[in-house]
Design a binder for this molecule. Structure first.
Ligand SMILES: CC(C)(COP(=O)(O)OP(=O)(O)OC[C@H]1O[C@@H](n2cnc3c(N)ncnc32)[C@H](O)[C@@H]1OP(=O)(O)O)[C@@H](O)C(=O)NCCC(=O)NCCS
Length: 179
């Protein structure tokens, strides 16, 4: 039986965290760094279980994204993945439904950095491609992140936050991939 659940990282036991990390290791074919995993922790984790098997995962963590002179409370979506043999069955959508509920309920904006082949998956769900220049607020100041231009998507939550998709988008600092 398929079950979709969400849990704050604080409420996940060590075995469940290890299971999620192992799933992501397989989903990203070994290309999941320590920092990638760390980035997915500390917020709300969404999991799709088929019985005792974890077949889908994703998380949303809080970040501050600067735009238009504001530091927006942003739900940043990380580490979305479905086990290779279970793709195309709606489980990715189930993960995103759970994460988007959190974004809509708790944040001013949703944001994510899409893998090359996943952009259309998010766009079809209403996520909007950011067209303007991206940057990060690093310890030494704002630094352009042009390598991420064209991969960033936002999910507008409230009309009180006006977004100019051609404007600049600046993320807060973290180690590893900043976006
Ligand atoms: C991207 C991913 C999570 C999608 O999961 P999934 O379980 O296959 O997706 P679903 O079956 O729920 O598909 C939902 C819809 O999105 C579409 N879709 C799925 N993957 C897509 C993709 N890569 N590009 C465009 N559309 C896609 C499906 O056709 C479906 O459309 P429909 O509702 O019109 O039928 C999955 O392919 C995956 O884990 N990929 C590898 C890891 C990855 O790239 N993660 C994203 C990191 S940013």
């Amino acid at each position: 039986m398929i079950k979709v659940c969400t849990a704050h990282t604080a409420d996940m036991d060590v075995d469940t965290l290890a299971t999620a990390r192992a799933l992501l290791h397989d989903v990203f074919e070994g290309d999941l760094s320590e920092q990638d995993w760390e980035h997915s922790l500390g917020g709300v984790n969404a999991m799709v279980w088929d019985g005792a098997e974890l077949i889908g995962y994703g998380s949303v963590v809080q970040r501050r994204i600067m735009h238009g002179g504001r530091a927006l409370r942003t739900g940043y979506v990380e580490a979305v993945g479905v086990r290779a043999d279970r793709r195309g069955q709606g489980h990715g959508a189930a993960v995103m439904n759970a994460l988007e509920r959190v974004v809509h309920g708790a944040y001013e904006l949703g944001a994510l950095c899409a893998a090359d082949e996943a952009g259309e998956f998010y766009a079809a769900r209403g996520w909007q491609l950011w067209r303007g220049p991206s940057s990060a607020l690093t310890p030494t100041g704002v630094v352009r992140t042009e390598e991420e231009d064209g991969a960033l998507y936002v999910l507008p939550v409230t009309r009180t936050v006006p977004l100019d998709l051609d404007g600049e988008l600046t993320c807060d600092w973290r180690e590893g991939d900043v976006w």
